[in-house]
Design a protein. Structure first.
Length: 107
């Protein structure tokens, strides 16, 4: 069995240069992309982005509608009661007067 020897600086730089050259050769050997495939990918991407945008808009609209409904329900539940009519005010005043008169007479 041969013992391991540390490579020298020149050997390491030569190996690095060979690795770079091999990577460049592989990159250059790659066939160019077909324009039809690129156009098809672009069209698919645009359709997907458009569908996502529509879904996002629908979610936002639903969220806003839910907020508006919640606000409307809150306003309905906390709405002030209708102001009493003039006849109701008179009846309440007469009832108070009668109660006060009765308290005076019972003494």
């Amino acid at each position: 069995m041969v013992a391991y020897t540390n490579p020298s600086f020149q050997e390491r730089t030569a190996l690095a240069q060979q690795a770079r050259q091999k990577a460049l050769d592989q990159l250059r050997a790659k066939p160019p992309l077909d324009e039809a495939v690129l156009a098809e990918r672009k069209a698919a991407r645009l359709l997907r982005e458009q569908a996502e945008a529509e879904a996002r808009a629908a979610r936002n609209a639903a969220r806003e509608q839910a907020k508006a409904d919640k606000l409307a329900r809150a306003l309905e539940s906390t709405a002030a009661p209708a102001a009493p009519t003039e006849e109701e005010q008179r009846a309440a005043r007469d009832a108070r007067y009668a109660a006060r008169k009765q308290r005076k007479n019972s003494r």
